[in-house]
Write a protein that binds this ligand. Sequence first.
Ligand SMILES: Nc1ncnc2c1ncn2[C@@H]1O[C@H](COP(=O)(O)OP(=O)(O)O)[C@@H](O)[C@H]1O
Ligand SMILES: Nc1ccn([C@H]2C[C@H](O)[C@@H](COP(=O)(O)OP(=O)(O)O)O2)c(=O)n1
Length: 225
Amino acid sequence: MIDVPVIAVDGPSGSGKGTVSRLLAEQLGWHLLDSGALYRLTALAAQRRGMALDDEAMLSTLASKLDVRFASEAQGASVLLEGDDVSLAIRNEDCGIAASKVAILPSVRAALLDRQRDFRVTPGLVADGRDMGTVVFPDASLKIFLTASLEERGARRLRQLKDQGVGANLPSLLRDLAERDARDARRAVSPLKPADDALTVDSSGLDVRGVLDRILTFARERNLV
Ligand SMILES: Nc1ncnc2c1ncn2[C@@H]1O[C@H](COP(=O)(O)OP(=O)(O)O)[C@@H](O)[C@H]1O
Ligand SMILES: Nc1ccn([C@H]2C[C@H](O)[C@@H](COP(=O)(O)OP(=O)(O)O)O2)c(=O)n1
């Protein structure tokens, strides 16, 4: 599968990776890997079983056996865990924090590696996460590191939660985002960081269309589209 092109989109929470990766995959007619969903699902499955989020042996066994189905891949529409639709349950902030905790554990990451690489199917893959360009697909044809200021990311998350009718306040969102960034960036294995050959796109002050156009320009320069 090594000749199947991959566009890796890595970056911190709220930088717009999920939105832009989905649109990019739709526009190119490529597959989409939402790798964060796998960490979120592992965390949710663990919590449902009452497992501690630092029990590496139990969690890696759980991750390797995770019964997951992405029902409508292109739109990221529904995610099934053990047959149960958990599309909304995995999106809340608490699940993001729990995912970031299980993501520290090296054997959990190892257990999810092949499952992520299996998404690399013709005609191509857009892969969204933290270590897509550094670890999971180091030979990706294009590596984007998408950033935005903490304030911008917090404001986006607040708007997103309000649109969903979920109450939230900016100071606590900013605190949670900063803590999660620090945990993701400081962990020993596959930390959040740009690959050496990544192109950084700062989405502060750019709308979604602007970010998408910039990435498509890079893709054209590499003859990927
Ligand atoms: N460039 C942008 N400008 C403004 N809002 C954006 C931009 N990109 C994404 N968003 C919005 O910000 C929120 C978080 O985006 P999301 O794609 O979920 O980020 P991530 O996957 O990096 O956590 C969503 O509500 C999304 O619509
Ligand atoms: N490739 C990945 C993807 C996510 N993770 C971890 C770290 C993140 O804080 C959590 C949740 O990731 P997710 O991309 O779903 O979160 P955001 O949408 O960016 O808020 O999972 C990871 O360690 N490696």
